[in-house]
Write a protein that binds this ligand. Structure first.
Ligand SMILES: Cc1ncc(COP(=O)(O)O)c(C=O)c1O
Length: 401
């Protein structure tokens, strides 16, 4: 199938999915594919998940859109639920005492959530304290400001000059953070696991040390949980494993189980620095997106998503460790990077697709998997069989060279 009228910002694999059900996708020839990528950590509850589909249908039949110039009856409830999960309260009954804890700005994507975080940090700290520090190899989005924070020179170069005073330091290197933070610094933005870089985890103490450093220096800490959050990595938010309290947390990807929605959460003290007119969006926080997100969150809570992802992730890791070709497995819960030193991960990805398995290769030596939290053990075995075939095909082709 040709795609002649789209700007060439992607070079998609030659497959067109037209239907999904649970962990399975179907192409235009009705071939079935086991989806172990979930749109890159988006459809955590699988495809066509009934509670979310029903919520969207019901809302669509009721009211699609008003404007943020008016109140809506869903966004405040959703904001409170997000705050509760960030605070570590997982029982609905515990949720009364959230006043003054935190507030949310809703948008439509991860980049917009980070854009909001950056604007908020700069507004608070003022014109003399506007430096934003991020990490080498990080990914925070494609808008100009989030690209300036994305620590990948190849992505930045064609668009220079980028907004000024964004600085990158090595990830997982607290000494670099100590020397870069100065009186001009507004905020540090960090991913608790670098997803696009190839599922790179920092040392256990890193986030805690970074949070302490930021606090001691009067610098805001923004944690980008866009790929890692909402149960994906065996905790509601990955930062919670480090016992820290970020000033700002950004969320998107899985929040609507595929319906576009992003959120920038900040402590009330920080959030209240925005005034009407400082930031805005036509679509962010609108009814349809909020209905999808509320249904997603209640299903994730009902199933106790972090426990589920810890358990399933461990089963997958144990099975993959039987592959002699696998060097190591990085990541947590159901966001895993399978590392190969002798095989090209992109070739494994393409061979997997031929065998009806969707995974991806964020870097040359790493396959990323991010399956739905509702996969069962039979599907895990199907994944292992298909992945074995893809690795064998890749080995054969590599040996034949
Ligand atoms: C950690 C992280 N931050 C930000 C983004 C940008 O999100 P979006 O593509 O929704 O703008 C992504 C997307 O992959 C991401 O993984």
């Amino acid at each position: 199938m040709k795609q002649n009228y789209l700007m060439p910002t992607y070079s998609p694999d030659d497959v067109c999915f037209i239907k999904g059900e649970g962990s399975w996708l179907y192409d235009d020839n009705n071939k079935a594919y086991l989806d172990f990528l979930s749109g890159i950590a988006v459809t955590s509850l699988g495809h066509n998940f009934k509670p979310v589909t029903d919520a969207i249908k019901e809302q669509a039949e009721n009211l699609l859109h008003v404007s943020n110039l008016f109140k809506n009856n869903l966004s405040d409830k959703l904001a409170k639920s997000i705050g509760a999960l960030i605070k570590g309260l997982h029982n609905w009954e515990e949720w009364d005492d959230l006043i003054d804890y935190g507030k949310v700005f809703f948008c439509n994507s991860g980049a917009e959530a980070n854009e909001c975080a950056i604007k908020l940090a700069r507004k608070i700290k003022g014109p003399n304290k506007h430096k934003i520090i991020s990490m080498e190899n990080s990914f925070h989005g494609r808008t100009l400001a989030t690209l300036a924070a994305t620590g990948q020179k190849s992505k930045q170069a064609p668009f220079e000059p980028l907004p000024a005073d964004f600085v990158q330091i090595p990830y997982n290197d607290i000494a670099s953070a100590e020397s870069e933070i100065d009186s001009m610094t507004a905020a540090v933005i960090v991913e608790p696991i670098q997803g696009e870089a190839g599922i790179i985890e920092p040392a256990q103490s890193y986030l805690k040390d970074l949070a302490d450093l930021c606090k001691g220096s009067g610098v805001l800490l923004i944690v980008d949980e866009i790929q890692t959050g909402l149960g994906r990595c065996g905790s509601w938010f990955k930062f919670q494993d480090s016992d820290i309290a970020p000033d700002i947390v950004t969320i998107a990807k899985s929040l609507g189980n595929g319906f576009p929605i992003g959120a920038c959460w900040a402590t009330t003290e920080v959030a209240d620095n925005f005034s009407p007119g400082d930031h805005g969006t036509t679509f962010g926080g609108q009814l349809l997106a909020c209905s999808a997100a509320l249904a997603t969150l209640s299903s994730l809570m009902y199933m106790n998503a972090p426990i589920q992802t810890q358990r399933l992730g461990q089963i997958i890791k144990d099975k993959l460790s039987q592959f002699p070709e696998v060097d190591s497995i990085r990541g947590a819960g159901l966001l895993l990077g399978i590392v190969f030193s002798d095989l090209d991960a992109k070739q494994i990805q393409l061979n997997a697709l031929k065998h009806g398995l969707v995974v991806n290769a964020p870097r040359k030596d790493t396959i990323r998997i991010a399956p739905s939290f509702l996969i069962d053990e039979v599907e895990i075995d199907t994944f292992i069989n298909k992945f074995r075939q893809a690795v064998d095909d890749t080995k054969e082709a590599t040996d034949a060279k």
